[in-house]
Ligand binder design. Structure first.
Ligand SMILES: Cc1cc2nc3c(=O)[nH]c(=O)nc-3n(C[C@H](O)[C@H](O)[C@H](O)COP(=O)(O)OP(=O)(O)OC[C@H]3O[C@@H](n4cnc5c(N)ncnc54)[C@H](O)[C@@H]3O)c2cc1C
Length: 404
């Protein structure tokens, strides 16, 4: 009766269940999530859903009837507290033991807390789940100003959504530029200028010392002693990976559960996928833990196929997108290690791409409102192409000429 048990109710968990059924897996599938709702899309939470442009019913990854039709036993509000590998059981917060033949760990992560005083005050928010988004969105109704701590994608997307809702927005970033972890100086700086143009008070090199207020947050104190007031504070400081359950059960974890190219952990019956998994990329010759929808979907497919006896290797060209105002940023590949950068298009026109090459080989591309450039770059990265920089930067040379 056991079949496959999936811990998690996010994109990776849902994709694994769907892919198992697609490959005619006929054993029971149970999905356990500690959220109160069925799997939904996270990307709109900081974008169209928060700005009020997308309704709640558009968030669901599958309609309610799909689970029953596909024979997926979805159980919500079940938090798994332990994994007993010897007995092939997981243990729920209620003490219930649930058995498995195959286990898929798809626990993702949660919003990282800041190690500063005041994060537990009322009116201090984080944004990872639908419930957290709805709490923040409700607070928007009464608030006129927000301080966002962190100028990564989520912080900046919330800044854009809050400006659309007419709020005064301050963004405080400790690093020297926005999106410092994943975007280049050119692209991070360009987005910073766009936000300032929309009236955001965006400050870099600005660490926060404390969130201040009695019971309710009323603002923040900066490292240099300056106080900034606001009605709300959002901490957008990245993700803290949910690998504790696996680590306690003795599975190798290094900021993520270590898996092989079929998403299998060192325990042959246990897989890990999505934001929670760390794998070795042959393409970049380094270990990666990716936080993107693409990774959640594609790694889930690989795990499901391995469970169905059809092993395929996972070695993706990573890609990610972010929507801020009318700007669509698409990043493919990893920019670290580039020794040459080639720009195509004019940042002043709001449409350009920055290609990153190493030893002449295309390794990444940041594309702003430039879909053909992004697509061609993705192909070039996958094939190890060595495009001539002069042709790349020449807008007269169509991107399709870089494709086979
Ligand atoms: C606001 C926001 C915007 C984003 N925007 C983009 C974007 O534009 N483009 C993009 O590519 N990616 C974006 N991402 C990232 C993307 O959404 C994630 O990479 C993807 O959703 C990861 O899916 P996952 O299933 O691996 O993990 P998660 O979505 O984190 O799902 C994990 C699930 O497991 C549950 N869980 C965890 N522990 C337990 C437990 N012990 N017991 C039971 N259940 C448990 C969690 O509650 C959760 O439901 C965004 C993320 C956020 C939060």
């Amino acid at each position: 009766m056991s079949g496959t048990l999936i811990i998690g109710g996010g994109q990776a968990a849902l994709s694994a269940a769907a892919e198992l059924r697609k490959h005619r897996y006929d054993r029971p599938i149970t999905m356990l999530t500690d959220e109160a709702v069925a799997p939904y899309q996270r990307p709109p939470l900081s974008k169209a859903y928060l700005s009020g442009e997308l309704s709640r019913d558009r968030l669901w990854l599958k309609p309610a009837a799909w689970y029953q039709n596909a024979g997926i036993n979805l159980r919500t509000a079940v938090h798994i507290t332990a994994l007993d590998r010897g007995a092939c059981d997981v243990i729920a917060h209620t003490g219930e033991r649930i058995g498995y033949d195959t286990l898929i760990l798809a626990m993702g992560g949660q919003a990282r807390r800041l190690p500063v005083p005041g994060t537990n005050l009322d009116r201090v928010h984080v944004l990872r789940t639908l419930a957290e988004t709805e709490t923040l969105s409700a607070a928007f109704h009464e608030a006129r100003s927000i301080i966002i701590i962190g100028a990564g994608y989520i912080g900046l997307e919330v800044a854009a959504s809050a400006r659309k809702r007419g709020m005064a927005v301050t963004v405080l970033e400790a690093a020297a530029r926005p999106m410092a972890r994943t975007a280049s100086a050119l692209v991070g700086g360009w987005f910073g200028a766009i936000h300032r143009g929309y009236g955001v008070d965006l400050r870099v090199n600005t660490p926060v010392k404390a969130i201040v207020g009695d019971e309710k947050a009323t603002g923040v104190e900066l490292d240099d002693g300056e106080m900034i007031e606001a009605d709300l504070v959002l901490v957008a400081a990245g993700l803290s990976v949910n690998d504790g359950l696996a680590a306690t059960a003795g599975l190798a974890c290094e900021d993520g559960i270590v898996v092989d190219h079929q998403a299998r952990t060192e325990d042959g019956n246990i897989y890990a996928i999505g934001d929670v998994a760390r794998f070795h990329s042959r393409l970049y010759d380094r270990s990666l833990r990716l936080e993107s929808v693409q990774n959640a979907v594609d790694q889930a497919r690989v795990a499901a196929r391995a469970i169905c006896g059809q092993a395929v290797d996972y070695d993706p060209v990573p890609w990610f997108w972010s929507d801020q105002y009318e700007m669509k940023l698409q990043i493919t590949g990893l920019i670290e290690g580039a020794d040459e950068r080639v720009r195509r298009g004019d940042p002043e026109e709001g449409r350009f791409a920055l290609f990153h090459l190493r030893d002449g080989v295309m390794i990444a591309c940041e594309a702003i409102n430039s879909v053909p450039e992004y697509r061609a770059a993705q192909h070039m990265i996958a094939t190890g192409a060595r495009p001539a920089p002069d042709r790349l930067r020449n807008p007269g040379v169509a991107m399709k000429t870089f494709l086979p």
